[in-house]
Design a protein around this ligand. Structure first.
Ligand SMILES: Cc1cc2nc3c(=O)[nH]c(=O)nc-3n(C[C@H](O)[C@H](O)[C@H](O)COP(=O)(O)O)c2cc1C
Length: 414
């Protein structure tokens, strides 16, 4: 459609094509076609095809001789009109989206393409004088309505998500103080009355303290989770290898597992706190559940074209371990808030407390960077957590997916 009509005409017209055939063709076109005369005052319409009359509801005889602005029915406060006026004044082509009104007054969205026609006085096209404009009209109401509905939905979801985040934050924050008291009181009672309580009672007290501790960790997890959407540090250039060296040092040298970082990992752009938290949670998971005496944890990335998901826009990283592995039925569940995976390490510390929130947080961070996270695993052999991150470090992601995920989690688990 962006061809220059005056230059193209002579080369594209076959001698066999006559006016009746062109008329038939424009009549049959699935879009509105109009021609206006620029040499007459107020540029009246001198041609309108059948589809234009169907879109607008006007008969040809009602509209020929009029300027097309009658379709705006006085609704002239539209950004597209300024572009249109400029293109007409400069004799250029343009595409604009306009609010137009049918004969019965119903609004429709008109995607209008305009192109100038330059001809000489005999009507030959030879780049001389701007004599006409051709307009192509498409009724795009369905598309615009859908976009508006989607935007409304995103806004509503954003609002609900913000409210849920605030709610989770406030509740978890306020629950911390009473929970601390319960923990202190139960420890005191356990210590002060240990001579009056038999072994079974002691065991129940231990269970009480353990559960209070777990509730505390869950609350911390929810606080962490809700903080991700609340606070955002500006994106920075991050040297991934250096960042990972620091993270690995945070882990107490585990007897059971060695952690190796692939050299030359691509540098990232993002919030250092969030990116660290992402790697840290995945490494922590691998260390925590390691069940082999010679545990191996590897952090690497997939080169572009190596079968992974590294593309021109995203990096693909992974954290691999040779731990106990995960059954396929849990592959999705482990990323859902509060779905703690009951995998106990066989290395003697099987009674550790897990809240299962680490992977949920990892997923939320990945989503903020327009990425995805998934696991591949073979029970008994190990797991590989893969994730992608947008290279430019944009924190928008697929907003809709991100918002609806947040809501699903709260609806399902809250
Ligand atoms: C070929 C052609 C087709 C046009 N088709 C439409 C149309 O379908 N709907 C519309 O609102 N305006 C259409 N216009 C724009 C109006 O005719 C007019 O140029 C516009 O409203 C800006 O001018 P104004 O400020 O004098 O109203 C068309 C213009 C041209 C040149």
């Amino acid at each position: 459609m962006s061809q220059n009509i005056d230059q193209e005409n002579e080369s594209t017209l076959s001698p066999a094509i006559g006016l009746p055939l062109i008329h038939q063709a424009t009549s049959a076109a699935g879009c509105g076609i109009t021609i206006v005369d620029c040499q007459q005052p107020d540029m009246p319409m001198i041609y309108a095809n059948q589809t234009f009359t169907q879109i607008t509801g006007y008969a040809v005889e009602e509209i020929l001789g009029k300027n097309c602005r009658f379709l705006q029915a006085g609704d002239q406060d539209q950004p597209g009109l300024a572009t249109l006026r400029e293109a007409i004044a400069e004799g250029k082509e343009c595409t604009v989206l306009l609010r137009n009104y049918r004969k019965d007054g119903a609004l429709f969205w008109n995607e209008l393409y305009l192109a100038p026609i330059y001809s000489d006085s005999e009507g030959q096209c030879s780049s001389r004088k701007l004599t006409h404009f051709i307009g192509i009209q498409n009724d795009v109401t369905a598309r615009v309505t859908l976009t508006q509905e989607r935007n409304d939905l995103v806004q509503r979801l954003q609002k609900v998500n913000r409210e849920l985040n605030d709610f989770a934050y406030i509740i978890s924050h306020d629950l911390k103080a009473p929970l601390r008291s319960i923990r202190m009181l139960s420890t005191w009672i356990k210590d002060d009355y240990k001579d009056n309580v038999d072994a079974e009672g002691q065991e129940l007290f231990d269970l009480l303290v353990q559960n209070v501790e777990k509730a505390g960790l869950l609350i911390d997890g929810v606080l962490d989770y809700s903080r991700i959407g609340r606070h955002r540090n500006p994106a920075q250039e991050l040297e991934t290898n250096a960042l990972l060296e620091e993270i690995v040092h945070l882990f107490p040298a585990p007897d059971a597992a060695s952690i190796s970082i692939a050299p030359n990992l691509p540098n990232l752009s993002g919030d250092p706190v969030r990116i660290s938290q992402l790697f840290q949670n995945l490494i922590d998971n691998a260390v925590r559940y390691m069940d082999k005496p010679n545990g191996e944890i590897t952090i690497g990335f997939m080169e572009e074209g190596s079968g992974g998901k590294t593309t021109s826009t995203h990096w693909h990283f992974y954290v691999q371990d040779n731990g106990p592995g995960i059954e396929e039925k849990y592959f999705k569940k482990i990323f859902q808030i509060f779905q703690a995976l009951q995998v106990n390490a066989n290395n003697g510390s099987s009674d550790h407390i897990s809240t299962g929130i680490g992977l949920t947080i990892a997923q939320k961070i990945v989503t903020l960077y327009d990425g995805e996270i998934w696991v591949e695993s073979i029970v008994g052999e190990g797991s590989t957590f893969h994730f992608t991150l947008r290279k430019a470090g944009e924190q928008q992601g697929d907003l809709l997916a991100q918002l609806s995920e947040g809501i699903d989690e709260f609806i399902v688990d809250g």
